[in-house]
Design a protein around this ligand. Structure first.
Ligand SMILES: [Zn+2]
Length: 428
């Protein structure tokens, strides 16, 4: 059951409760709503004794979407889950547009600009803004959850493939059934390394097998760099020939395979800068951080027969994953990063010239763009109730976007705020 987050009167996090219990507490006026998105209630009395169990926050970071799951390891259930949609691509596009406009202006020769000093240097650990935005999204939500949830540990998917496991399979512990997890991880690693194609004939879209470059009968090892991905036909034809014999009439293919099999998987896939940057920041929070590989996540999920969702993947991260995990009735919060406002003072047309008026005030009649409001219009052509995200205008006639679509010209006097803009939109 997806649970409701609870804090006590001193704002200390308590165990999340069931929605039914939350309804009862609210009805009996023993609790009040602290925030609606995500739903958190605050008890009216302080309960220091009720903080025994600690929950584990599990994170599956992704380029577009990051999954979060708060798991009760002892009970083997997902207490709370969310998926955060990042805006890295939007950040990237906005910066490209700005760079284009600046470049255009320089070529227009509208005024003389002195060549700038070459004194710009990127500090150590610099990340591009699009990646930084993803990092901030994850850290923001870890910080928020630690305020509403009694977190005791973090599990984090750090790498796609566990390279240590691939190179030293003997370190694998017995509870993970030696060989099976290793085999799965190995297979996925090889498929990624050989781009899901047969190494010999480059065919794709057929079922692919693992082939020993130097056959085991000729003393070839099981090491990762002695393995390639091959289609069934090539594998059969090659049989137990050595690769030099098999490819004697194709020297170019031979050279390519020999070079590629010794090279590690291009590190973009195995080691990801953002993931490591987030990991470093998570460690700094002081909670114990467990790391897992993508292969292990998939292995855990397949073992429990669960569908592929970002939040379910998050719940499957790491070796601490319980034997059974109940995900029934859990509805993840769908959170979308929106940014808070724009720093651009005026919109631009395609040629980089100002379009429209300069930016207006960020707050009109107490509302900011991005607030969630309920508008109850009682007269005129737009009679009705509208629930959604507001975009403000200086004249007080707002635009509201919600599940009903979009409507313009709703006056501020009809609007009641439900949730102030916190940089994220919540789909419901
Ligand atoms: Zn082939």
């Amino acid at each position: 059951m997806s649970r409701v987050l609870v804090v006590d009167a001193n704002r200390r996090p308590l165990m999340p409760c069931t929605p039914a219990r939350a309804r009862m507490l609210l009805k009996q006026s023993k609790a009040a709503v602290l925030r609606r998105f995500p739903f958190v209630i605050v008890l009216k009395d302080a309960r220091p004794e009720a903080r025994a169990t600690r929950l584990r926050l599990k994170i599956d970071p992704g380029a577009k979407t990051t999954g979060l799951a708060v798991v009760n390891d002892a009970a083997g259930e997902v207490a709370w889950a969310a998926e955060i949609a990042h805006r890295g691509e939007q950040v990237h596009q906005a910066l490209l547009k700005r760079a284009g406009a600046r470049c255009g202006r320089r070529f227009h020769h509208t005024r003389y600009r002195q060549a700038r000093w070459r004194n710009r240097r990127r500090p150590q650990g610099w990340l591009p803004p699009s990646l930084l935005s993803r990092l901030h999204n994850v850290l923001t939500w870890v910080a928020r959850l630690s305020r509403w949830c009694p977190l005791g540990a973090i599990s984090y998917e750090l790498v796609r493939f566990d390279m240590q496991l691939l190179h030293n399979p003997q370190i694998e512990s017995l509870d993970y059934q030696h060989g099976t997890l290793f085999g799965l991880e190995l297979r996925h690693y090889l498929l990624a390394k050989w781009e899901h194609r047969c190494a010999y004939c480059h065919i794709t879209g057929v079922s692919l097998e693992i082939d020993h470059v130097q056959p085991r009968s000729k003393g070839g090892s099981d090491r990762v760099n002695n393995l390639v991905i091959a289609c069934h036909a090539c594998n059969q034809v090659k049989g137990d020939q050595s690769i030099e014999t098999f490819l004697a009439d194709r020297p170019q293919t031979l050279a390519r395979i020999q070079a590629q099999r010794m090279a590690p998987l291009r590190d973009a896939a195995a080691v990801n800068t953002t993931r490591w940057a987030i990991y470093e920041r998570l460690k700094a929070l002081g909670l114990p951080v467990e790391t897992g590989s993508g292969g292990l996540t998939k292995w855990n999920r397949t073992k429990l027969g669960l569908p592929k969702e970002h939040w379910i993947d998050a719940a499957m991260v790491g070796r601490s994953t319980p034997e059974t995990v109940s995900v029934e009735k859990v509805r993840p919060w769908l959170i979308e990063a929106k940014g808070r406002q724009t720093r651009q003072m005026v919109n631009m047309d395609d040629h980089g010239f100002p379009r429209g008026k300069p930016k207006g005030p960020s707050c009109v009649r107490g509302f900011k763009t991005g607030d969630l409001v309920r508008a109850v219009v009682t007269k005129g052509k737009k009679i009705g109730t509208y629930l959604g995200r507001v975009a403000i205008k200086t004249d007080g006639y707002f635009k509201i976007t919600g599940s009903f679509g979009m409507i313009e010209g709703i006056h501020a006097r009809y609007c009641t705020p439900l949730h102030r803009n916190d940089g994220y939109a919540y789909l419901f």
